[in-house]
Design a binder for this molecule. Sequence first.
Ligand code: CUA
Length: 351
Amino acid sequence: MLRFQILSNRCGLGIACFLWCVTIFLTGPVFADVPTGVTNIFKPLSTPAQAIYEISLLPLAICAGIFLLVGGLLAYTVVRFRRRPGDDGREPPQIYGSNQLEFAWTVIPIVTVFVLFLATARTIYDVQGAAPPADALNVTVVGHQWWWEIRYPELGIVTANELHVPVSEPSQRRPTFLKLESVDVAHSFWVPQLAGKTDVIPNRENRMWIEPTQPGTYVGNCAEYCGLQHAHMLLRVIVHPGEEFTKWVAEQKQTSADDPQTRAGRDLFFSTSCINCHTVKGTQAAGTFGPDLTHLMSRETLGAGTAPNTAEKLRAWVRDPQTIKEGCNMPNMQLTDNELYQIVAYLLTLK
Ligand code: CUA
C-alpha cells in the first residue's frame, strides 16, 4: 500500500512537472516582447537566444511524444492487465526473442538521435560561427570571485556587474561580441533571454555574442558553482536605444568631479588601502583587484546584485562587507564612524 502511494506520488509529481513545462512552453512566446526581469529561456529577445529557443522545440516535441506514448502504454497496461478477483495467479505466457520488436527499438532511437544531432549541429554552427561585423561593440567580461569586471577596450570604459549595450534594430543591427576571461576559478556567463551559457575559464578566452532586440534590463547569473557566494554573482544587461547608449558612453568616459565638500573623505580614501584594490579614473587610485569605482553610483546594485546601491547599504558595505557578502575579498577596514561617513560621502559623489 505504502509502495503504491509512493509510486502514485512520484507519478503525480512527474505529471505536474510535465504540465508545468507545457504551460511555460505554450505561454512563453506569447509575452516575449519585453525583458521579463526573470531568467527564462522560453522568452528569447536576442538573435542567438532565439536560435536556441527554436531548436529546443524539436527535442521537446520529440520527448513529449515519447512521454505520451510510453506513459499512455504504461497506463493502459496497468489498467487493462491489473489483478482481478478470480485470477488463477499463474504467470502469463513468456515470449522471448522478437526480431521485429528488437529491430524497431534499435532503429527508431538511432534515427531520432541522428535527426536531433544534425539539427542541433546546424544551430551551433550558425551561432558560434557568426563573424562580428566591422561596427560590432566589443566587450571583455572578466569573472572574479564573486563579481563581473566589464571592460570596453575601444571606448576606454571599465565597470562592474552591469553590461550596457545598444539595442539592435532590423534597420541597424548592433550585436555585442563578448570575450570571456576569468582571473580565478571557472564561472559561467548566462543571461537566458539573450544567449546560451558560456563557461568563463582561467587561462582561456571564450567568445560569445548577444544581439538584444528590445531595450530594457535583462538579468542573468553565474551558472557554474564557483564558491561560497556563487549565488551572489548576478548580472544585469542594460539595453539602451541607440542615442541613450551614446549618452551612457559619454558619461562613463568622464572622470569624476572633485567636490570640495567631500575632500576630507577623498583624502582619507587615498590614504587607506582602498586604492590598492580600486580604481577611480583620473586619480592615483589604480588598483585592479576590486571593481572600478569611477562611476560607482551609476550602478544599481552592490556586491554583484547582493544589495541595492543606496547610501545606507553602501555605508553598511564599507563598514563591514562580510556582513552583507560573507567570504568576499574586501575585508572590514576597521574604520571609525567618522572615517566611514567621510569616505562614503566621497563615494556617493562618484556618479
Ligand atoms: Cu561565478 Cu558561480
